[in-house]
Design a protein. Structure first.
Length: 275
């Protein structure tokens, strides 16, 4: 069901499904979206200092009636805060905004050249100090992870990357699997951009499911964790109703075949962190 988890390298159980809160800029709307999500059974929230809504995440969780330790909270260190000391400072800032005493998962948001290995070492320190339950990274390609592994005592346990049927990320997923790194998809719906695909629409008709449900189910059957974003209550609920059906192997194959290595976001290979 909605509270299905994946066991990470250190034995921590991470919900395979959660709510992403990027671009939720209106504080009231953000609180309402998270409140709805928790009410319908979501138990993971994905934020970042960049999103400027960590306060609302904390507030919505505190007022939800769901115990803090039943909820898996992810946040991330932004590009301008990277390096060892800066990361420790940024984390403290995030913790203060969330008004929590620990974070479940802390990620390097992007692999800022010359800084990301030191950033990860700080994340590792936070893990040793038990201020975070899981250390991880985001937008790391194979070569970035290899660099991190050279300096890390505790390898990252999660890599959050753009993934959807038009960017299936098979080689990177296989690499992560080899290293026992769970993969979370950001923009799992391609920001809505894959939902008008003919194959996906047809499959929706076949299963009596919406295109978003088909796509999210595809992720889950591929062992990819998902954090779809919506502020619309009916969609927040719709996106969660993916545990009552299964795509056949043949349909999984035809969805896998939609891959065209198309990104809706930045490429970690050549991004400029002025965004
Ligand atoms: P998404 O793929 O989740 O798409 C969200 C958009 O799809 C919504 O704004 C809405 O317009 C549409 N949508 C949602 N549910 C729908 C439904 N049922 N039917 C029709 N349309 C629907 O895109 P996202 O917000 O970019 O990604 C999800 C989360 O991933 C973010 O909120 C954030 O938490 C995370 N993220 C992380 C990074 C990173 O660098 N680590 C980058 C981008 C996003």
């Amino acid at each position: 069901d909605l509270q299905t988890t994946k066991r990470l390298a250190n034995g921590i159980e991470m919900p395979i499904f959660g709510l992403g809160v990027y671009k939720m800029t209106d504080p009231q709307e953000t609180i309402e979206a998270i409140t709805t999500a928790l009410q319908v059974g979501y138990r993971a929230i994905d934020t970042a200092s960049l999103y400027h809504n960590e306060e609302q995440v904390g507030e919505a969780i505190r007022h939800s009636g769901v115990p803090r330790n039943d909820i898996f909270v992810t946040t991330k260190v932004w590009n301008t805060d990277q390096g060892f000391d800066n990361t420790l400072r940024a984390f403290e800032e995030s913790l203060k905004k969330l008004d929590m005493d620990y974070v479940d998962l802390y990620l390097t948001h992007w692999p800022v050249e010359g800084k990301y290995t030191e950033t990860y070492r700080a994340i590792e320190r936070l893990y040793e100090e038990k201020l975070i339950r899981v250390p991880g990274v985001s937008n790391h390609h194979k070569q970035h992870i290899e660099e991190v592994l050279k300096v890390a005592q505790t390898p990252p346990m999660v890599n959050q990357i753009e993934a959807h049927p038009y960017l299936s990320q098979e080689p990177l997923r296989a690499f992560c699997k080899e290293h026992n790194i769970a993969v979370t998809a950001w923009s799992p719906l391609g920001r809505g951009g894959v939902l008008i695909d003919e194959t996906i629409l047809k499959m929706g008709d076949k299963y009596g499911k919406s295109p978003a449900q088909i796509v999210l189910r595809w992720h889950i059957q591929n062992d990819i964790l998902v954090i779809p974003k919506s502020v619309t209550p009916s969609r927040i609920e719709e996106n969660a109703r993916i545990f009552d059906f299964e795509l056949t192997e043949e349909d999984m194959r035809s969805l896998n075949n939609l891959n065209r290595n198309q990104r809706f976001g930045k490429d970690p290979e050549n991004f400029h962190f002025d965004f």
